[in-house]
Write a protein that binds this ligand. Structure first.
Ligand SMILES: *Cc1c(COP(=O)(O)O)cnc(C)c1O
Length: 391
């Protein structure tokens, strides 16, 4: 190794790195469009499920997505600041939401109540602009969205606001409670309820520009529920929202989390490892230390229950996952050296671990794993629209 390279630490990978493959994002958007038979609104809330909302947003749009969806107006404005000019929808608001900023930035605002609508109309009038509004209807999830009791008032108020020119109706939407159970009867009744509301609006002379229902699970399995758009999130990132049995989906996980092996040391049989010595070396062995802990999003519940891939071999995590570090058992005569990289999760190639495996192990969903990667993790993007790479 030349002195030049060792003298250039900036060129080496960060100690803990999440690489997001934007070509995988593009591939997954293509899979979703084809499966759903509809245009895609890629959901990039929560900083793109931990993958970077702006970068993923640009990659998804370049791959043919027509719009982006986020929860809050703050998230929507961050996309605009990041250069996104495509339609952006935001659907979760509070008394602090700056609707004027949203209208000024041409954000489609999903309203769940007449109070939201009134605030948007006031903002639009104040700016002398027309706001784009989507009606979010609670067709059975019982989360946000307008419920049956308040629907007639909101319907009539929207019709009035459209007639006076303060808003245009960008869309009507609902969100499924049982999308990951494709044959659940509630999926059909939720769609029927939304369609009935659309028909009621039409009788008042107002037609939404788009109607949309499907999350990732429905986009992948229920093309009959696709209306004008589908709203996938998790599948854009290459993870499946469906129970095992749908494992053959051609999605590519976009995020790979790796850490440097920062220390390698031999320990004798009987040596307890990490806090409370919850693991004891059964024989003389070698330990590898990784600078990744629960403050970085590695769940402490994975203590003694995870595996990492180094090269073409997989090694068990041993002892407690701590705030900043964790330990793997490399075995008695290991070839692993300090400076090697360990894959904590990724595509699952070469028998390596996945975010889904972590989630299954501790009884959660991979959404929580990838959106929870944080702390000292350095995120890097590769591929994507500017790279000229092809797949
Ligand atoms: C998060 C969210 C989605 C995306 O759900 P996935 O299961 O990640 O596909 C779609 N629509 C709404 C309203 C959401 O809140």
């Amino acid at each position: 190794m030349t002195a030049d390279i060792t003298a250039a630490p900036a060129l080496s990978a960060p100690a803990l790195e999440a690489v997001v493959d934007l070509d995988a994002i593009a591939h997954n958007v293509g899979v979703l469009r084809e499966r759903a038979g509809a245009d895609v609104m890629a959901v990039v809330k929560a900083d793109g499920y931990g993958h970077g909302a702006v970068e993923v947003g640009h990659a998804a749009l370049a791959a043919g997505a027509r719009a982006l969806g986020v929860a809050t107006v703050t998230e929507a404005l961050a996309l605009r600041a990041g250069g996104v000019v495509a339609p952006v929808l935001a659907w979760l608001h509070s008394s602090a939401t700056d609707f004027a900023a949203a209208v000024a930035a041409d954000i489609d605002i999903a309203v769940s109540s007449t109070a939201h609508l009134d605030a948007v109309v006031t903002a639009a009038r104040g700016l002398g602009r027309t706001a784009t509004v989507t009606i979010k209807i609670d067709t059975g999830l019982a989360r946000n969205g307008v419920g049956p009791a308040d629907w007639p008032d909101l319907r009539d108020a929207v019709a009035t606001a459209v007639a006076e020119g303060s808003i245009v109706l960008g869309g009507m939407m609902c969100h499924l409670a049982h999308g990951d159970t494709p044959d659940h009867p509630l999926n059909d009744s939720q769609a029927a309820r939304l369609d009935a509301c659309v028909a009621e609006m039409a009788r008042l002379g107002v037609r939404p520009q788009t109607v949309h229902i499907s999350n990732s699970a429905a986009a992948l399995t229920r093309p009959d529920l696709s209306r004008d758009l589908v709203r996938p999130g998790i599948a854009v990132y290459g993870l499946s929202p469906l129970p095992h049995g749908f494992d053959d989906l051609p999605l590519i996980p976009a995020m790979t989390l790796t850490a440097e092996v920062v220390m390698v040391k031999a320990v004798p049989a009987g040596q307890g490892v990490s806090y409370a010595h919850t693991w004891t070396a059964p024989h003389d062995t070698t330990l590898g230390l990784l600078p990744a802990g629960y403050a970085d999003g590695v769940p402490r519940l994975l203590s003694n229950r995870l595996r990492v891939r180094i090269g073409d071999r997989v090694y068990p995590g041993v002892g407690r996952v701590c705030m900043d570090q964790m330990v793997v058992d490399l075995g008695a005569d290991t070839t692993v050296r300090e400076g090697d990289r360990a894959e904590l999760f990724g595509r699952g190639t070469q028998g390596g671990p996945t975010a889904t495996e972590w989630a299954d192990t501790i009884g959660t969903i991979d959404y929580e794993i990838v959106s929870g990667i944080r702390g000292r993790t350095v995120r890097r993007h590769r591929g994507g629209p500017q790279s000229g790479s092809t797949r």
